[in-house]
Write a protein that binds this ligand. Structure first.
Ligand code: NAP
Length: 254
């Protein structure tokens, strides 16, 4: 049995669907179950985590807020339930320093909770999701600076590989698309796939949410333009291009 947290979210839903396609037993965790394969679970309610994790072999852990308390609660419940393996979603740049601040300290502490759990673990640090472009107008936080934007379907496929085998234990994967593209370039490609212009607004750095500010400035400095081959190493095929995502997913999502 696999427990997929964030089952109503971007990557959790994709991970659940891939496991169901494989014929695996899956429980999707959400605070408000609406499907037969959903169970109730809330990171702030350890009792609900104990129930959700009963009989589970491996869990996909999607952090939902800027706190490592959720990870601590989840790891404690997973250990008690005899879970063998946790695959934790994180984010590119985690733990790097920018302008005297640590990027995403809650992700760093959450990763540490999983790595120190004594269970098998894999950490996934994806770049910016292509799906961020589906809300219109697109908010451009990074100007003309390219980022190695990734198709969430690739994140999900890597998560399934790590959930279903011990071969990825102890690995920290930085997951990127095959090329770095600026938001204006992404918007142009998405517009081509949709056959119409996609609206975009530039966001003034002064207006950035303080919690995300250092991470966004880190990306604006060009550090999120790095392309890795971790998707290809795990999946044995190249990462999906933004253009392919736009044709197959993005054009229907606007
Ligand atoms: N978006 C990006 O570009 C990007 C890139 C790299 C990394 N990430 C990381 O990915 C993670 C997920 O972000 P996302 O925007 O893609 O969100 P998401 O997975 O689409 O949605 C968040 C999920 O968390 C669940 N959730 C919220 N509060 C919860 C709680 N108290 N207990 C249990 N589950 C709870 C929600 O389920 P219910 O509401 O149904 O309970 C929902 O399924 C974040 O940590 C982010 O830093 C995002």
């Amino acid at each position: 049995m696999y427990l997929i947290t964030g089952a109503t979210g971007t990557t959790g839903g994709l991970v659940r669907d891939l496991l169901l396609e494989r014929g695996d037993d899956v429980r999707g965790m959400t605070r408000n179950p609406t499907r037969p394969d959903h169970v109730h679970g809330d990171y702030d309610d350890p009792g609900s985590l104990a129930e959700a994790l009963a009989g589970v072999e491996a869990a996909y852990l999607v952090p939902a807020a800027q706190t490592a308390v959720h990870d601590a609660n989840f790891v404690a419940a997973a250990r008690k339930a005899g879970v063998r393996r946790i695959v934790r979603l994180s984010a590119v740049g985690t733990g790097e320093e920018w302008e005297g601040e640590v990027i995403a300290p809650w992700h760093l502490a959450g990763e540490e909770a999983v790595r120190d759990s004594g269970l098998e673990w894999t950490v996934l640090r994806p770049s910016s999701f292509a799906t961020n472009l589906t809300r219109e107008p697109v908010h451009n936080l990074t100007g003309d600076v390219p980022q190695a934007v990734i198709d969430p379907r690739d994140v999900a496929a890597v998560a399934v590989a790590a959930l279903t085998s011990s071969a990825h234990h102890g690995q920290l994967y930085t997951l990127t698309g095959p090329a770095a593209l600026s938001v204006p370039e992404q918007v142009a490609i998405l517009g081509e796939a949709r056959g119409r212009a996609v609206a975009v607004v530039d966001v003034d750095p002064a207006a950035f949410d303080p919690a995300w500010r250092s991470g966004v400035l880190w990306s604006r400095s060009g550090r999120n333009a790095v392309v890795t081959d971790d998707v290809a190493r795990v999946l044995g095929r190249p990462a999906t291009s933004f253009a392919q995502w736009a044709r197959e997913v993005g054009r229907f999502a606007g």
